[in-house]
Design a protein around this ligand. Structure first.
Ligand SMILES: [Mn+2]
Length: 435
């Protein structure tokens, strides 16, 4: 049971008062604080309690995997209960036979239950609204992950109306609370380092710990936030058990963690995955794993992949007036300038033209007003470097030069379009919802 599961359950209780909630033995570390404080609101039965009963109907939330609900289903003695599933994960993954699906692929499963409650005009107590809103915030990265649908926002708004406390929601979302986690966070911050692999900035760390630390994934995510790499592979060697644990997070679709870790028998989502290996030697695995990453990462996007190849240019010896008319015609705000040999020699922006206009010098050659100290770069420039150059030099055009010839130009528009392509991830690709 994670926060989205608890959020869903509190609403199931309101939606289906003739059903009883049954709790799992396994509670996600991030959900423990909320569960401890609000236990009474759920009024849970245990799987053991339902042992001898005849069950008429079962509602399952936030999963469609038989393995995950085995602890409950194995307690059901009659063979014919109806099953309805409310799950926001892809339906193809369902292996519970005969179940009716009523879920929606929204950012949080709680949203699905919340929409039903909203549409039925159900009112909530402030505590129930807080629990539900925590569920939505948890699974949608506080409503910023790409899995967010308008329904998540609508339901969140409704829960605020019902009296949800954002102050409490915020405190329940604080994922790093335990001393062990804080210690691990500090150790990892000192240990981790960036390696450029295939043009990606990959953060890596290797840490040996005595025992498993609950909530390590939250620690890894916190480091991701601080260091902002393209991907982070945190390798742990748990000495007591001789176990390897890899927790990985990615911010790039090109670095598909599920694919990468499946090779070792792990997996998860595209942007969040993990791996557990028994009976391994830590240092040897670490070495082998780094080699594996070097071999397996798909090369990063480079300037050449996103640049506009058909570049409009001005000539050094044309007049400012000609260049300005041309710019207007093609609706551009800046032009690379070429010299007699066709080499890049400057950049003419609207600002330069304004200067010439103010000085009434529209008939002088472009060369007189163009910016000569131009920032340009090569075709192999990474996206991170492009962004840095834009930011550092306050520019929105980056000419790309290859063999001393202008090969293309990367504009801020090209760059934003590239960034946007990371959009459109389904719920299966959630960045760090639940692994
Ligand atoms: Mn969920």
């Amino acid at each position: 049971m994670d926060l989205d599961c608890l959020g869903s359950l509190i609403l199931v209780k309101k939606l289906f008062p003739d059903h009883r909630l049954v709790r799992s033995r396994i509670i996600h570390p991030a959900a423990r604080a909320l569960y401890n404080l609000y236990g009474d609101y759920f009024d849970f039965l245990t799987p053991h309690d339902i042992g001898g009963e005849k069950i008429e109907h079962i509602i399952i939330v936030d999963t469609s995997s038989a393995r995950r609900v085995r602890e409950f289903l194995s307690c059901v003695s009659n063979s014919d209960p109806g099953i309805t599933i409310y799950d926001h994960h892809p339906r193809e993954d369902c292996d519970i036979l005969g179940a009716v699906h009523a879920g929606k692929p929204w950012g949080a499963n709680t949203t699905c239950m919340g929409k039903l409650a909203m549409d039925r005009g159900i009112t909530l107590e402030a505590e129930e609204a807080t629990i539900a809103l925590t569920g939505i915030y948890a699974d949608t990265g506080r409503l910023i992950y790409e899995n967010v649908h308008r329904e998540d926002l609508e339901t969140a708004a409704w829960l605020l109306d019902m009296g949800a406390s954002l102050r409490l929601v915020k405190s329940f979302l604080e994922t790093i609370k335990e001393d062990d986690q804080i210690l691990a966070l500090n150790q990892l911050l000192l240990l981790c380092h960036t390696r450029v692999i295939q043009g990606h900035h990959i953060l890596i760390s290797y840490l040996e710990i005595e025992e498993n630390i609950p909530g390590l994934a939250a620690v890894v995510e916190k480091i991701m936030e601080i260091e902002n790499p393209d991907a982070y592979f945190a390798v742990f060697f748990i000495r007591k058990k001789g176990t390897i644990l890899v927790i990985a997070r990615s911010q790039k679709r090109r670095i598909n963690l599920h694919e990468l870790l499946t090779v070792y028998g792990g997996g998860g989502h595209q942007m969040a995955a993990s791996l557990m290996l028994r009976n391994r030697e830590g240092p040897r695995f670490w070495e082998e794993f780094l080699e594996y990453l070097e071999r397996s990462l798909v090369p990063a996007t480079r300037a050449r992949d996103i640049m506009t190849k058909k570049v409009y240019t001005a000539r050094e010896d044309s007049t400012i007036l000609e260049a300005s008319k041309y710019m207007e015609e093609i609706n551009h705000t800046g032009l690379p300038v070429l010299n007699g040999e066709g080499r890049l020699s400057g950049f003419l922006s609207l600002r330069d033209i304004m200067k010439a206009r103010r000085a009434s010098l529209m008939h002088v050659p472009v060369r007189a007003f163009m910016t000569k100290n131009i920032i340009s770069s090569g075709p192999e420039t990474t996206m991170r470097e492009v962004e840095r150059l834009f930011y550092k030099h306050h520019i929105g055009h980056l000419p790309i030069v290859e063999d001393e010839k202008l090969a293309g130009i990367v504009t801020s528009w090209d760059f934003l379009e590239y960034k946007k392509q990371r959009k459109g991830l389904g719920t299966e690709d959630r960045v760090n919802g639940e692994t």
